[in-house]
Write a protein that binds this ligand. Structure first.
Ligand SMILES: [Zn+2]
Length: 409
């Protein structure tokens, strides 16, 4: 037993602060291992104190590549749907895990110790009762999170609350395996968790390389120079076209023309046939906005989303109707919080994909949500770290354009 604790402690401690090779999935596996110990060992809280210390003082600062406050550490160490990163506080969970496990195994352990016959129905009943009881922890986390958020400054609280209210944590549950498009570079991951908690990402340049303005998060997310904001939008469109193609749908068009008249050409972002209704063209236009920009900071996220949707509907709805097509706006924030109408779109897309892949609907929906969130977070990280200056080309297209040289000098 002692060897186990020492091993966990050493693994967690070995991750030196601010290194670039942190891997949260390794932490997930370790958590399952210590949860097993907690289930079978009574009063193990004290044994887990050094582990909690290592998590708080080494592992979490390493994930953020910066020191973080006690309140933030507390927030991080809870399930992701309550604003955490899914890192369990091993001291807090020790007694819970033991009690639940004891209740779940009560019929089985009685059968073994008393040597009587095992009633499988009763055993299954006790397991499902224990599972139900485990869900009661949710009400603990809910109240605890509300209390904890009172200690955060208003802007940070607003930022964190929207992740909880709009359920924006699916990307944290995806296991990042190379090649499944859920792997992130250390910078991408750290930028994403910084934005999740309303923190300033680390090591940002002091000035914009395109216009020499002071480079803060707002500038990074709003500065259109260098095409990074445009690329952020395009990446979402490309991902959607790709997923619709996987779903086996037809007539997928990137930037379809919705209207072409004297006023000019109006294009949506992507279109597909048979998405909502058979044979009917569905048009979509996406928008990724910075909900923390100074002009929006006073508005609720719901009203920001409604304003944007109204604007998009005003632009596209009549033109789409004239083409016998439907129109849906897909709105998200730069920290990957999607509007509730986008959620309807995800559900429909997951239905098509689940049929095509013969997969479970809930699982597929989880994949779609996480993939969309990851797409936004990656492209936003590019806005924070990417280059906005133009690269100089060779200057000549072929030999005929070669400038003359005076080699005699
Ligand atoms: Zn700029």
């Amino acid at each position: 037993m002692k060897i186990f604790f020492t091993a966990i402690f050493q693994i967690i401690s070995r991750i030196s602060p601010y290194s670039s090779d942190c891997d949260i999935s390794a932490g997930t596996t370790l958590q399952a291992e210590w949860a097993f110990i907690q289930r079978v060992m009574v009063d193990s809280e004290e044994n887990f104190r050094p582990l909690r210390e290592a998590i708080n003082e080494s592992f979490i600062p390493n994930l953020f590549a910066a020191p973080i406050s006690e309140y933030e550490t507390n927030l991080v160490c809870r399930p992701s749907r309550f604003g955490g990163l899914g890192i369990n506080d091993p001291v807090k969970t020790a007694a819970w895990n033991f009690d639940i496990s004891k209740k779940a195994a009560s019929v089985l352990s009685a059968a073994i110790t008393e040597g009587c016959e095992l009633d499988l129905d009763q055993h299954e009943q006790s397991v499902s009762n224990a599972r139900r009881e485990k869900k009661n922890f949710d009400s603990f986390w809910e109240l605890d999170t509300v209390d904890l958020l009172k200690h955060f400054p208003p802007d940070q609280k607003r930022c964190i609350s929207r992740k909880i209210d709009f359920k924006c944590s699916g990307w944290l549950s995806a296991i990042p395996i190379q090649g499944n498009h859920f792997e992130m570079s250390p910078d991408e991951f750290r930028d994403s968790i910084a934005l999740r908690y309303g923190r300033v990402p680390v090591d940002l340049p002091s000035h914009c390389d395109a216009d020499n303005e002071t480079f803060d998060v707002t500038h990074a997310l709003n500065c259109a120079r260098g095409g990074l904001v445009y690329a952020r939008h395009n990446e979402l469109c490309d991902l959607n076209c790709s997923l619709l193609e996987f779903a086996g749908l037809k007539h997928i068009i990137s930037e379809p023309i919705v209207k072409d008249d004297d006023e000019g050409i109006l294009r949506a972002d992507w279109g597909v046939r048979g998405f909502w209704e058979p044979q009917k063209q569905a048009l979509f236009d996406g928008c990724i906005l910075n909900a923390d920009s100074p002009s929006l900071i006073k508005s609720s996220l719901e009203s920001i989303f409604n304003q944007r949707k109204e604007k998009k509907n005003k632009t596209y709805s009549d033109a789409a109707k004239a083409r016998r097509a439907t129109f849906s706006p897909i709105i998200a924030t730069c920290d990957a919080v999607f509007d509730k109408e986008a959620e309807q779109y995800f559900k429909r897309l997951a239905t098509h994909l689940a049929v095509k892949w013969q997969s479970n609907f809930s699982y597929t929906l989880g994949f779609v949500r996480a993939r969309m969130q990851m797409c936004v977070l990656r492209s936003v990280s590019l806005c924070l770290r990417g280059n906005r200056t133009k690269w100089r080309g060779a200057g000549v297209e072929d030999g005929a354009a070669l400038p003359s040289f005076n080699f005699d000098i």
